[in-house]
Design a protein around this ligand. Structure first.
Ligand code: PEP
Ligand code: MN
Length: 261
């Protein structure tokens, strides 16, 4: 039994409908985010993702626009009636992310950053907790309990792939974990097929598998021009492919007796 989290009006995560959260890996410009927000609105989607504070493996790559990125996301989301999910990379930025976003994302690399989990547990907004890419399901659930221990029960889990021996994909989507989480917790669970595969060509199949396993939503990276993306272009769906992708997800959702929002 999943406890659903109400976002606004009739929108819930963990309820009857599957929630498709989409957006760029990194917020790059006003125009980029507006193009995405407009397409999402036209497809009847409600939650836009976008990284402003980025956890990049190398310090020599784009590190995100920071506060400016959050402002761009908020402005575009408000104009198109969308909600925002964005990552809080550290305790210092958490209040800013909570102010500008509707869902606070905690990234894979921070799954066991306990002081950050406690600080998120003191916020009033839903927290999306990504699985550490080398963490067990048990460690992940214990991390969620750290958030809950400070009073915030609005926790969404996100399976984003775990590291394996095989370099043919960036990570491996742990579909088992999605089914297991459904069986052992009441938290909603979504999947991130973008980081799980690292390849745009594999994102639709991984997404179908996640929904068939019972995921309550997806977190998908999209870009108007993936070849020019400042981060994660290889795994970003081109904006032009969204209508077909969403239609594909609606078919799977319908087979599961669910809708897509
Ligand atoms: C992201 O969603 O932007 C991200 C950095 O993902 P992860 O923490 O799963 O690597
Ligand atoms: Mn990314």
């Amino acid at each position: 039994m999943t406890t659903s989290i109400s976002l606004f009006d009739n929108l819930q995560i963990g309820g009857a409908d599957i929630v498709l959260m989409m957006g760029p890996c990194s917020v790059e410009s006003h125009e980029q985010v507006y193009d995405i927000a407009k397409s999402m609105r036209a497809l009847g989607l409600h939650v836009m993702r976008g990284g402003a504070f980025k956890p990049r493996t190398s310090p020599h790559t784009f590190q995100g626009l920071g506060l400016e990125g959050l402002k761009i996301l908020r402005q575009a989301a408000d104009e198109f009636g969308l909600l925002v999910i964005s990552e809080a990379l550290g305790i210092a930025e958490l209040p800013l992310v909570a102010e500008y976003s509707d869902i606070i994302q905690i990234g894979s690399r921070n799954m066991q950053h306990f002081p950050l989990l406690w600080a998120a547990g003191e916020q009033q907004k839903p927290v999306l907790l990504k699985r550490g890419f080398m963490s067990t399901v048990q460690e992940w659930l214990a991390a969620a309990e750290h958030i809950a221990s400070r009073g915030n029960q609005q926790i969404i889990l996100c399976e984003r792939g775990i590291r394996s021996f095989d370099p043919s994909t960036r990570n491996v989507l742990d579909v088992n974990a999605i089914a297991q989480i459904k069986a052992v917790t009441h938290f909603p669970i979504i999947a991130d097929p973008s980081h799980a595969t690292g390849r745009a060509d594999l994102v639709p199949a991984a997404s179908r598998a996640a929904l068939a396993a019972g995921a309550d939503g997806l977190l998908v990276e999209v870009h108007p021009n993936p070849a020019a993306a400042l981060s994660d272009g290889a795994q970003s769906l081109p904006l032009a492919s969204l209508p077909a992708f969403v239609e594909d997800m609606r078919r799977i959702a319908s087979a599961m007796g669910r809708g897509v929002v």
